[in-house]
Design a binder for this molecule. Structure first.
Ligand code: ADP
Length: 402
């Protein structure tokens, strides 16, 4: 029997999320999470999807090596261990692939070196992603390990969208440009939206709004990304849970010169104490909506600022694309917050945009249209599935000769 399973690993600095999928029919066999790696209170939560049984292990898991061993033991208990001949490959999420990695790539020494070279532009993510890959390689040296990059989908952006208007030599020397993130989600969601419209991805223009704790928008023309809201780092663009999104860069100088803040303090301010959280003390849209319903003005203002920015990006990407077939909402907020979707397109009938109140109110975990019949531009909700996309890309690369 040929190998048809793919293990997807998303290694963070103190956590590893994993999913095992069978790519014959893209079914999930197991999902799990190892968290608080390196602490005394580490936890592994494992679910065997077939039986629905969930197991939990509590107690110290020292490092990523121990985490991978622990999760592979759990998989083995379900009869789908890492030593199974049915495992075709391991697909790894890698946050930053720079301009070098435009496609999923089988990992070898040269690839590891290049991911390492990108650490200065992704200091929080690439080291953890690398550790995950190296550990998995040590466990199964014979198995293809595939890196799937968050930035890859955005490498098709034209220079006009990707470059900042700063001194070209300095930009090139330090690799300062707009890379974009959440690419795996934007790729999956834009393709799924085309399918929902009954058309080929090459034939449609789509604006994708990935609204989770981190949030980004992208303009996708004929299946290729032509602009996205995140930049050198995931700080640029939309208002997020704790990140500011766009600010005048002079805010940074001002806070240092006039506010006496250090560079690290400003970094923390903009990444961890801004966005919805900075504006009203909550970063969960559910809580913000509850507060608005109780007449809380701070929460209402935070919501208005969030929506204002979102609408600006919808308008901007409309102009970038010229014609738009669909505006698509995804991720935690985009999939669940009907009020955000309604406010984002309210009054934009001139752009052909509207939501049907009844359709918008439906809660479902399938891709669906929420615009009225006959609308010039479709508005849709498409649940994202980054793990499935990583597994699909991984399997497409290595699975054929399984
Ligand atoms: P990330 O992957 O970036 O951590 P998610 O895509 O899981 O984030 O989105 C998480 C966010 O989704 C939460 O912080 C919350 O604001 C929002 N969210 C989840 N469920 C709902 C809901 N039912 N209504 C409104 N917002 C929701």
């Amino acid at each position: 029997m040929s190998a048809t399973r793919v293990l997807v690993l998303n290694s963070g600095s103190s956590s590893v999320k994993y999913q095992l999928l069978d790519m014959r029919d893209a079914t999930r066999l197991a999902v799990g999470l190892v968290e608080r790696i390196g602490e005394q209170t580490s936890r592994l939560t494992h679910t065997c999807v077939g039986t629905g049984a969930t197991r939990e292990q509590n107690g110290p898991i020292a490092d990523h090596d121990a985490a991978l061993k622990a999760l592979s033991e759990e998989l083995a208990r379900d009869g789908v261990g890492l030593d199974s001949p049915e495992l075709a490959a391991i697909g790894h999420r890698v946050v930053h692939g720079g301009m070098f990695f435009t496609e999923p790539t089988v990992v070898d020494d040269a690839v590891l070196t290049e991911i390492e070279r990108l650490i200065p532009v992704a200091p929080l993510h690439n080291p953890a992603n690398l550790t995950g890959i190296r550990t998995a390689m040590a466990l199964r040296p014979d198995l293809p390990q595939v890196a799937v990059f968050d930035t890859a989908f955005h490498t098709t952006m034209p220079e006009a969208a990707a470059r900042y208007a700063i001194d070209v030599k300095i930009a090139d020397r330090y690799r300062v440009r707009r890379y974009g993130f959440h690419g795996t989600s934007h790729a999956y969601v834009s393709r799924t939206a085309a399918k929902l419209l009954g058309r080929a991805p090459e034939d449609v223009n789509v604006i994708v709004l990935h609204l989770g704790n981190g949030a980004s928008a992208s303009a996708v023309r004929g299946g290729r990304c032509v602009d996205t809201s995140m930049g050198l780092t995931p700080l640029e663009g939309l208002v997020m849970g704790t990140r500011s999104g766009d600010v005048d860069p002079a805010v940074v100088f001002h806070l240092q010169r006039v506010g006496g803040m250090s560079m690290d303090e400003v970094d923390t301010l903009l990444n961890k104490r801004s966005g919805l959280f900075g504006l009203c003390g909550d970063n969960d849209m559910r809580e913000i909506q509850r507060r608005i319903d109780e007449g809380d003005r701070e929460a209402a203002l935070a919501f208005d600022i969030y929506i204002h920015r979102l609408r600006k990006y919808i308008g901007a990407y409309y102009a970038v694309l010229g014609t738009v077939d669909a505006v698509v909402f995804t991720a935690g907020v985009g999939e669940n917050a009907a009020r955000v979707r309604e406010a984002a397109v309210a009054g934009l009938e001139g752009l052909g945009l509207a939501v049907d109140a009844e359709r918008n109110a439906v809660r479902a975990d399938r891709a669906r249209l929420i615009s009225p019949d006959g609308a010039r531009t479709a508005v849709a909700v498409v649940p994202t599935d980054e793990e499935l996309e990583i597994a699909t890309q991984t399997y497409a690369l290595v699975g054929k000769d399984g």
